[in-house]
Design a protein. Structure first.
Length: 434
């Protein structure tokens, strides 16, 4: 194991553990309401959680854009710019959060219209939304801080924050629901309190490890138009790229829903395998953001190319490992998630598509991290746009003859296309730049 491998694992392992703990917030909420005696409570939490997942996913550029720019500034040892990037990102995240709060009513109604829950679920989801929306400043502020920490090659802080959020959420939600009888409102309030607790800990950790950087006090009023243009160019590319990803995932779900409850359930369960893969590959993508950006910013191309090579070695190991894991344990895992005979039987016809996901998707995940690190965000946008086009054309051309198999083939082609186009763009455009 060389030095690059050690640096990669120092960032990737805490990030992977953090990724795995993130879904626990939703699982805890679901487990609590699952014992309230009414299925509508579960539906309300599911709808409310999905609304915020989609909304916040759109603003993920606050994390990704901040990490790449910060990593490059760190490579140049430009401490003042590092501080400016943090303040700029936090300012934008606060403005977006306040906008979400200000326009919460039309946002809520639009998302509920898209999801069309039953009336009993709708009313409970509204109660959940009306409370959780006030956590927007904490969530988006944490996006900015987590991106900055990754850019500084310190993913351990967000691991601590994530664990603390889960502990606070469990304790507070249980106290409010079973101690004070608040039901859905208690779950929602517990989530918000956990979000602000996470933000508070992140700020305290920043002061603990980076207090010395306060000497580089900066005023955003001194930022030039070029500073803001560079910041928004990177983030607008990531924002648009995310819209393509959201569109593909939403359309995938909606097409599955049109084929009936059994196929929808099968597709949902198989996507859990994809999400599990992403938790691990994202950890190495974060390493690409931090280390790739640092060496790119420092102009150290030998070290940069070594990191790229080692990231793909680790990516290949993950792809092989998960392929074997899915072939050997895919169906037993699905049986753990459901005991519905029809769903289990139908899954046997489609589970082999999950075997292809690691090989098809690993390059896209790794390249995303590298491209974010070197702020080659236009390449990410172009690859996502082209891959989305392949997906939608595939669905239209294949569903008629292949049914749900055509939908899954389109998804596999979408994942592979992202990685292929990014590979071509990298070697044609970015591999030789300083």
């Amino acid at each position: 194991m060389n030095q690059s491998d050690r640096h990669i694992l120092e960032i990737a392992i805490p990030a992977i553990v953090t990724n795995i703990t993130v879904p626990l917030l939703g699982l805890v909420d679901t487990a609590i309401v699952g014992h309230m005696g009414d299925a509508a409570y579960i539906g309300a939490i599911a709808v409310g959680s999905m609304i915020f997942s989609l909304v916040y996913w759109v603003f993920a550029f606050l994390r990704m854009g901040t990490s790449g720019l910060t990593a490059q500034a760190r490579g140049r040892r430009d401490m003042e710019k590092i501080m400016r990037l943090l303040m700029r990102s936090l300012t934008v995240s606060l403005l977006i959060a306040l906008t979400v709060i200000a326009f919460q009513y039309p946002l809520r109604e639009m998302m509920l219209w898209l999801m069309s829950p039953t009336e009993d679920v709708r009313m409970l989801a509204i109660s959940y939304f009306n409370i959780v929306v006030w956590g927007a400043p904490a969530v988006l502020g944490l996006y900015s801080l987590s991106g900055w920490f990754i850019g500084m090659q310190n993913s351990r802080i967000m691991l601590v924050v994530s664990i603390l959020q889960n502990v606070v959420n469990i304790i507070v939600s249980l106290l409010l629901v079973y101690g004070l009888g608040m039901k859905v409102e208690g779950v929602a309030l517990g989530t918000v309190i956990a979000q602000y607790a996470g933000l508070l800990v992140a700020v305290l950790m920043w002061l603990r490890f980076y207090r010395r950087m306060l000497r580089w006090r900066v005023s955003l009023l001194k930022d030039t138009m070029n500073d803001w243009f560079s910041f928004f160019r990177v983030n607008s590319d990531i924002f648009l790229r995310t819209l393509f990803l959201v569109a593909v995932n939403l359309y995938f779900t909606s097409v599955g829903a049109r084929q009936g409850a059994v196929i929808l359930a099968v597709n949902t369960l198989l996507m859990q395998l994809y999400l599990f893969l992403s938790y691990f590959t994202d950890g190495f993508a974060y390493a690409g953001e931090a280390l790739g950006g640092r060496y790119w910013g420092a102009g150290n191309m030998p070290a940069f190319h070594d990191v790229v090579k080692r990231l793909f070695v680790w990516g290949g190991i993950l792809a092989l490992l998960f392929t074997v894991l899915y072939v050997a344990g895919g169906m037993p895992f699905l049986r753990l998630l459901t005991d519905e005979p029809q769903v289990v039987e139908a899954s046997q016809s489609f589970v082999w598509w999950a075997y292809l996901m690691p090989v098809a998707g690993v390059a896209a995940f790794v390249w995303d991290g590298i491209f974010i690190g070197i702020t080659a965000t236009r390449g990410m946008l172009l690859s996502s746009c082209a891959a989305a086009g392949v997906f939608f054309m595939g669905v239209m051309g294949l569903m008629g003859t292949m049914g749900n198999h055509g939908l899954w083939l389109s998804m596999i082609l979408y994942l592979a296309t992202r990685g292929i186009i990014q590979t071509i763009l990298y070697y044609r455009t970015y591999s030789m730049k300083p």
